[in-house]
Design a binder for this molecule. Structure first.
Ligand SMILES: Cc1cc2nc3c(=O)[nH]c(=O)nc-3n(C[C@H](O)[C@H](O)[C@H](O)COP(=O)(O)OP(=O)(O)OC[C@H]3O[C@@H](n4cnc5c(N)ncnc54)[C@H](O)[C@@H]3O)c2cc1C
Length: 359
């Protein structure tokens, strides 16, 4: 590893995507840049992200994309105007990584480009720009003179450097094993820097399913559904799990669900099992007489709603709620799922193999 420069330089602390892109931009602007990363390698969470769908951005129109940031949409709208999804694709292309738009609008690298290859291409580019990388170097805070206190994790030796400026790009507080352990706000507090407490913004939700439901359903996908919370509706696929629900619509609704849980727990996610039909169209379909068919057979034959839907209805709705076609129809389009809490951020997602259609 190259010795740490004594000439004027800019320090970037944290070797995740934010730190690496900051380093790239600064080096392209002509600055000497040194990245300090606590882990033995950079981009560990980036590589974990690649195990699932590895979507890099989204092709939807900017005003729609921006709305996904909820109460922070004005601020994020500015960021996205400054570096648009098209800019991101061009930047990847400049590294030799071509992308495509999936059916959901998400943007992925071409199949041939694995996350490790994307990272390798990026690191090679940083090397050509002269960016110095120092892994196993943990930032411990600032000295009173505002120098950086660092520890070389391989030797345990502590030392200081005095960069001309420092960029902190230390990540969030999930998946601590990748390095983003959320410990850094404590290092800034002595300097009067307060941060908003970390909170999950993209995670699964917990539901206290009965033992019967857990045993009978276990893990099962529900395709082509819509989920609503706090007035926001998201279409997609839901994965029922032993501990609750996962899937794109749940992740997208984490901020309103979190707010609802803060107000009162449990909080409801409302599931629409027939989002392509209006209430009238659904009721019309359900006029067909049941002729003694069981609920399960009736739902399957009339509405193509097979397992696990009948068990889900039995779990979540009182028996009498489905007796009239009108009541059953409104349940099918607004079935409350009582969420008891969000998944702890230390818990990984289910293995990718279990995922319904990530693209
Ligand atoms: C399972 C999973 C799937 C994901 N899927 C996607 C996806 O498909 N698409 C997508 O866009 N995003 C996805 N993400 C999110 C994405 O990985 C993160 O948004 C991204 O990594 C954040 O980048 P960052 O640079 O801000 O932080 P990080 O990647 O967390 O990097 C921060 C770095 O700072 C280092 N650090 C922390 N403290 C110190 C210290 N004191 N001294 C030195 N170094 C320190 C850490 O070791 C770490 O390397 C996924 C995440 C996970 C966990």
């Amino acid at each position: 590893m190259a010795p740490i420069s004594t000439a004027p330089f800019i320090a970037v602390v944290g070797g995740g995507p934010a730190g690496l892109l900051s380093a790239q931009r600064l080096a392209e602007a002509g600055y000497s840049v040194t990245v300090f990363e606590a882990q033995p390698t950079v981009g560990r969470k980036f590589l974990v992200a690649g195990h699932g769908g590895f979507n890099l951005t989204n092709a939807e129109p900017l005003p729609t994309f921006t709305q996904r940031y909820g109460s922070r949409q004005t601020e994020f709208g500015r960021f996205l105007d400054h570096f648009t999804p098209t800019d991101l694709r061009q930047w990847l292309s400049s590294l030799g990584i071509e992308t495509f738009v999936g059916t959901s609008g998400r943007i992925f690298p071409l199949e041939a480009h694995k996350p490790a290859q994307v990272l390798r291409a990026w690191l090679q580019h940083l090397q050509t720009l002269g960016v110095q990388l120092h892994v196993r170097h943990r930032w411990l805070g600032f000295t009173p003179e505002r120098a950086l206190r660092l520890r070389d994790e391989s030797t345990g030796q502590e030392f200081r450097v005095q960069p001309a400026a420092t960029v902190l790009a230390l990540g969030g507080a999930s998946w601590a094993k990748t390095g983003s352990d959320g410990q850094w706000p404590a290092l800034l507090r002595p300097w009067g820097v307060e941060t908003v407490p970390f909170a999950p913004s993209n995670c699964g939700a917990e539901v206290a399913w009965s033992e019967f439901f857990r045993a009978k359903v276990g893990r099962a996908p529900l395709k082509n559904i819509a989920l609503e919370c706090g007035g926001q509706t998201v279409r997609g696929e839901l994965l029922l799990t032993e501990y609750g629900v996962e899937g794109t619509p749940v992740y997208a609704l984490t901020p309103p669900l979190r707010a609802a849980l803060q107000a009162s727990a449990p909080a409801n996610l409302f599931l629409n099992l027939k989002p392509d039909l209006t209430a009238e169209q659904l009721q019309q379909k359900m006029q067909a007489p049941r002729n003694g068919k069981s609920l399960a057979v009736y739902l399957e034959k009339t509405l193509r709603l097979g397992p696990p839907v009948p068990t889900l209805l039995r779990e979540l709705a009182p028996a009498e709620a489905g007796t009239s076609p009108a009541a059953l129809a409104s349940l099918l389009q607004r079935l409350p799922i009582p969420v008891t809490g969000l998944r702890p951020w230390t818990k990984p997602f289910p293995p990718p193999a279990a995922w319904p259609g990530r693209k």
